[in-house]
Write a protein that binds this ligand. Structure first.
Ligand SMILES: C[S@@+](CC[C@H](N)C(=O)[O-])C[C@H]1O[C@@H](n2cnc3c(N)ncnc32)[C@H](O)[C@@H]1O
Length: 287
């Protein structure tokens, strides 16, 4: 069988993805090649030549990526903190920018024993499971309104327990329900929330419009409806000294801090940017 240079297959894949408007064509081409070969991306230079079935398999995935199927749906996983989550149709793909919110939360938990943590709008379980992995004594609750997302979260939670992490408590519910988590009132050390927050009508890339569930991306009231629920619920759940972090749309860098500042029980409201320097999440403490 004739062997071919992997470098050429990656160059061709990069060209196809670039033509299709994929924003990081070289990275995606390399990650697809690494996935097909079953190696880490950093080890690709150690594979100079590949068989033609490998080139074909790369070509098939590249063709799907060129149709703007998310890379993570093709590889089947996404990363958060120290773990990977299985993802696919029916669940929001965790994004790198949410790592910053996780980092802030994990810092707040340092030195706290058996902290109670709540992940509102958990999706694949990304934030809840990343916290349970990083802080084994944390008692982690997570909730989502969507049964498909919860099925992915349950699957991921089972996999994390099999890998040795502490189990999380996963709930089906609407964070706008005024009775939700009533048993945790005033007991929570940390609330993390990456809710749907994009204002309806905002143009989003095909990966998002065609593959992320719409109710995971868009929210009514100009993108603020679910954030308002998250703020009201956090104010009720947090214990004195507890903290919350909520991700938001980059157009809400003033609106969300203002909503938090309006809550008398919350203090130290702080706006944070993402790696691209855009307003991305807000934190606050319960005084
Ligand atoms: C942007 S996704 C975030 C998922 C996950 N936190 C992450 O960072 O990958 C938002 C999630 O919120 C859920 N959701 C939307 N409205 C909700 C509500 N009112 N109550 C609970 N969950 C909700 C959606 O089903 C979706 O899974």
């Amino acid at each position: 069988m004739k062997r071919q240079p992997l470098r050429l297959a990656i160059m061709e894949a990069t060209r196809i993805l670039d033509d299709a408007g994929v924003s990081s064509p070289r990275t995606d081409a390399e990650l697809i090649a690494a996935h097909v070969l079953g190696v880490e991306r950093g080890r690709l230079p150690l594979v100079p030549l590949v068989d033609s079935p490998v080139v074909d398999a790369i070509g098939q995935l590249v063709a799907q990526r060129a149709k703007r199927v998310p890379l993570q749906h093709l590889t089947g996983w996404a990363a958060m903190g120290g773990i990977t989550l299985d993802v696919g149709p029916g669940v929001f793909v965790p994004r790198p920018e949410t790592e910053l919110l996780l980092e802030w939360g994990l810092k707040l938990l340092r030195g706290r024993e058996y902290p109670v943590v709540v992940d509102l709008c958990t999706g694949s379980g990304a934030l809840a499971l990343a916290v349970a992995h990083a802080k084994a004594d944390a008692v982690v609750y997570a909730v989502d309104i969507d049964s498909q997302a919860l099925a992915w979260a349950r699957h991921n939670a089972d996999a994390r327990v099999a890998a040795g992490d502490t189990p999380i408590r996963l709930y089906s519910g609407d964070i706008g329900d005024p009775t939700i988590f009533a048993e945790l009132d005033g007991l929570v050390d940390l609330v993390l929330c990456n809710p749907p927050y994009v204002p309806p009508g905002t143009a989003v890339p095909p990966e998002v419009s065609q593959h992320d569930p719409a109710h995971a991306v868009f929210a009514q009231e100009g993108g603020l409806a679910v954030i308002r629920h998250a703020i009201a619920l956090s104010a009720r759940l947090l214990r004195p000294g507890g903290g919350l972090a909520i991700e938001h749309d980059d157009t809400h860098g003033t609106a969300v801090p203002t909503l938090l500042s309006a809550r008398r029980v919350l203090s130290s409201v702080e706006a944070h940017q993402d790696l691209a320097g855009r307003p991305r999440f807000v934190t606050a403490r319960r005084g």
